[in-house]
Design a protein around this ligand. Structure first.
Ligand SMILES: Nc1ncnc2c1ncn2[C@@H]1O[C@H](COP(=O)(O)OP(=O)(O)O)[C@@H](O)[C@H]1O
Ligand SMILES: [Mg+2]
Length: 285
């Protein structure tokens, strides 16, 4: 079994989409899968067909209870629900926004999710953690609870601009908390949506990632190859996900692409990413 967090501190890069599609593929090949939604926006919860307002228990209460007088009695397993897809879920709720301030007073605040995950991880082949798009305690909790993190970049230039920033934060966590955060894979998501913009795109990428003497590539394919080469200096696996056609239908209907539209253009990338994550079964990379 292995635990994987989907991370990027910018919204809309495809964390939730990747988490759910990969969960669907892993489930489809017979793995047991738990998704933990740690984003107050609760998109993964909704994407699995669950309306958080109808719930008695969700991740907010887990965090709050862990900050109460008897944290040792709090079990993450009490917060797991079944979903129609057969994927288990620890759902999220907008209330989670209010937990940040309470967590700040707790010296154990960065390890709360890890403590819960460590007890239940034997029960699942895969635990996938969806994290929020801001650099706060829930993102840090997700990275610390995970054996490996997957950094999800959209082809949006602002997402790539955040690359060095998050690397610094991860190095700080490694230094200050003495915890090694492993980034096992980068997903370059929606990489055919910027075809028209290749003229200035490469110059911007070069500036953001440190300029190289490489001549300007003349196709998007070449830009991808160069970017893959640059990112793979720091991240062992780089996978490209194409723009999908049925992704929003899949999320709206709570049916994974592998069932709804197995020939969708985004599927080969998601399948490759899922098979890499499945090969991490024995734990940290
Ligand atoms: N490969 C893709 N192809 C098409 N649409 C995508 C793809 N990845 C993400 N999206 C769409 O982009 C939007 C943002 O994705 P989401 O996964 O919610 O981002 P994040 O969780 O990082 O904020 C969603 O509406 C989703 O349907
Ligand atoms: Mg999301």
């Amino acid at each position: 079994m292995t635990t994987t967090a989907f991370i990027h501190h910018k919204g809309g890069t495809g964390k939730t989409t990747s988490c759910l599609q990969i969960a669907g593929i892993l489930k489809n090949i017979g793995r047991t899968v738990l998704v933990i939604d740690t984003d107050p926006q609760a998109n993964a919860t909704l994407g699995l067909g669950v309306y958080s307002d109808s719930l008695q228990k969700h991740i907010y209460q887990y965090y709050i209870q862990c900050c109460s007088d008897n944290p040792e009695k709090v079990l993450l397993s009490d917060y797991i629900i079944k979903t129609v897809s057969g994927i288990d879920l620890v759902p999220s709720h907008l209330d989670l926004v209010g937990a940040e301030a309470i967590l700040y007073k707790n010296p154990e605040r960065y390890h709360i999710l890890k403590k819960g995950v460590d007890i239940i991880k034997e029960r699942y082949d895969h635990i996938l953690i969806d994290t929020p798009p801001f650099l706060g305690q829930f993102l840090i909790n997700g990275m610390i609870a995970a054996d490996n993190s997957v950094m999800v970049f959209s082809s949006d230039i602002f997402a790539i601009a955040g690359y060095d920033h998050i690397n610094h934060i991860i190095n700080d966590i490694n230094d200050i908390l003495g915890i090694k955060i492993n980034i096992g894979m980068a997903l370059l998501n929606r990489w055919n949506s910027h075809y028209e913009k290749t003229e200035t795109f490469w110059e911007k990428i070069q500036q953001l990632l440190g300029s190289t003497s490489e001549p300007k590539p003349d196709s998007l394919q070449e830009i991808r190859t160069q970017l893959e080469k640059r990112i793979s200096v720091e991240i062992p696996e780089v996978v490209i996900i194409s723009e999908g056609k049925e992704i929003s239908h899949s999320l709206k209907q709570s049916i994974p692409l592998i069932i709804l539209a197995p020939d969708d253009p985004a599927m080969p990338g998601f399948k490759k990413a899922a098979s890499i994550i499945d090969s991490w079964k024995s734990g940290r990379k």
